[in-house]
Write a protein of this length. Structure first.
Length: 281
């Protein structure tokens, strides 16, 4: 098996988002190429802003098969229903997720409005069309997670951004992971996970897998934070290779990356994925 189960559809294609900012006209054929490549099992849906759905639909109509898309609602809570309806009306686009960021305070009240909008648009939680509520690292985030859990939806955490302040601490990420598991909420990450192994100013996606595995195994928040701090690639790779794929990926659903090639190359370099085009001599 070329792509081990622990990495199955791990990376959502966020090519059109910063820092990649690939034009949609280029991102769509690039995504189609990823989905037909030998590593296709690694790649999840194309992430598309709700404000760009009409342009996406026009491009999708030129493709030989429907395009799987997860919509990032950048048009406010009121735009959730319109975004889902737009995709539903397009036979060449298949909805594979909805992601809605919480903005403003109090977060708990905003979360209630958001899950109500998701209920109206989707008719309730659906594993085929998973909905994520992006919870910011602000006062009230735990109350927001309570609302998301009660509604049966999923949670999303932003793990990077344009400034160093946008990178959450190990303790903050650990608190999010443990908070989700305590409430039975699957989760995903976005932004900043450009490399497999953590660096001084950014988290590593292998660290996230090990942290999730630590929490699933009953580890405390301090243990999860310690996993996030590991910077030994060989040690991380060995640990990831031993993770129980089904139980870990049940909770850690995916992460968004503006690059597919970069994380793939690092997985190959660490010996976790085998490139069938490279024949051992």
């Amino acid at each position: 098996m070329t792509i081990p189960p622990i990495f199955g559809r791990l990376i959502d294609d966020a090519a059109v988002f910063p820092p990649g900012d690939l034009p949609l006209a280029d991102a769509v054929p690039a995504h189609v190429a990823h989905r037909s490549a030998w590593y296709s099992a690694l790649v999840g849906p194309l992430l598309c802003p709700a404000s760009s759905l009409e342009s996406l639909a026009s491009l999708a109509r030129t493709l030989p098969s429907p395009l799987e898309v997860a919509v990032v609602v950048d048009t406010g809570t009121a735009g959730v229903l319109a975004a889902v309806d737009t995709v539903a009306q397009e036979s060449h686009v298949v909805l594979r997720g909805v992601e809605v960021p919480l903005r403003g305070s109090p977060l708990g009240e905003n979360a209630r409005r958001t899950v109500a909008a998701l209920d109206a648009a989707l008719g309730g939680p659906d594993d085929d069309e998973p909905a994520y509520v992006e919870v910011p690292r602000e006062p009230g985030w735990e109350q927001a997670l309570d609302v998301v859990a009660d509604a049966g939806y999923r949670a999303k955490l932003r793990t990077g951004g344009a400034s160093p302040d946008a990178v959450p601490s190990d303790d903050a990420v650990a608190a999010f992971i443990v908070g989700c598991l305590d409430r039975g909420i699957p989760f995903k990450f976005t932004a900043g996970l450009h490399h497999a192994v953590r660096r001084p100013s950014e988290h590593g996606f292998l660290n996230m897998l090990v942290a999730a595995g630590t929490a699933v195994g009953g580890g405390a928040a301090a243990d999860v934070a310690a996993a996030l701090a590991l910077d030994d690639g060989a040690r991380l790779a060995a640990t990831v290779a031993e993770l129980p794929a089904v139980s870990v990926r049940r909770w850690f659903a995916s992460y968004g990356s503006c690059s597919i090639a970069e994380p793939l190359a690092e997985l190959i370099a660490l010996g976790l994925v085998a490139d069938p085009g490279k024949v051992a001599r």
